[in-house]
Design a protein around this ligand. Sequence first.
Ligand code: SF4
Ligand code: SF4
Length: 225
Amino acid sequence: MINELTNLLMQEGAAEVGFSWVTPPPEYANLTNAVTIAVRLSDAVIDTVSKGPTHTYFHHYRTVNAFLDRLSLTAGLFLQKHGGQYVCVPASQSIEGFSGLFSHKEAAVKAGLGTIGRSALYLSDNFGPRVRLATVLTDLDLSAGFRPLSENNPCDGCSACVTACPAMAISGHSFSEKGIHILDRSACSTHMKQAYQKIGRGVVCGICVSICPAGKINKQKTIAR
Ligand code: SF4
Ligand code: SF4
């Protein structure tokens, strides 16, 4: 079933698929298994936002989110067909403050697909921050697809996002330092609303995605293959 679902999602356009055991939101307490779906962002689009967002980037961001929601439903219907319950976590939805129903990043890291960078962005081992994520929660046992946590640390010796952030929202601390806020989400959000109001009413920026060498290095690797 794991291979069948992975192949289905990859054929539909997913770049990566992973599986993990998670602590779900209380209302879905029995759905402790998660499917993570990653979709690659366009390098051509991301490369143009190193100084700030563009209208094309905003459109791409929304299109990829909608595509992820469709892939999530595809996965959910597959799981249901195999006797499971499922909930698709929206690709992009804030419910309380800056948080959604469930952290896509948490599931992706637990699935062994990547890590969290100094920028608080999820960094895929293969594509750096140039992916967006979706999660499907289910009560089906997906443990046959579990893999070890990533040991990749692209932030070692890097602070490019700290320097580039126009809001000075990235502290420079490592995600692994417990009890430290690595990103001032309020400063990030306020800057976007003030500086980029004319592009998607200030809900995207993309600078820390664009400048991160973890995405650029892996782009070169992809081309070299
Ligand atoms: S820019 Fe450097 S420090 Fe920031 S998330 Fe990417 S690799 Fe890590
Ligand atoms: S999205 Fe923009 S403002 Fe927010 S942390 Fe990244 S670079 Fe800074």
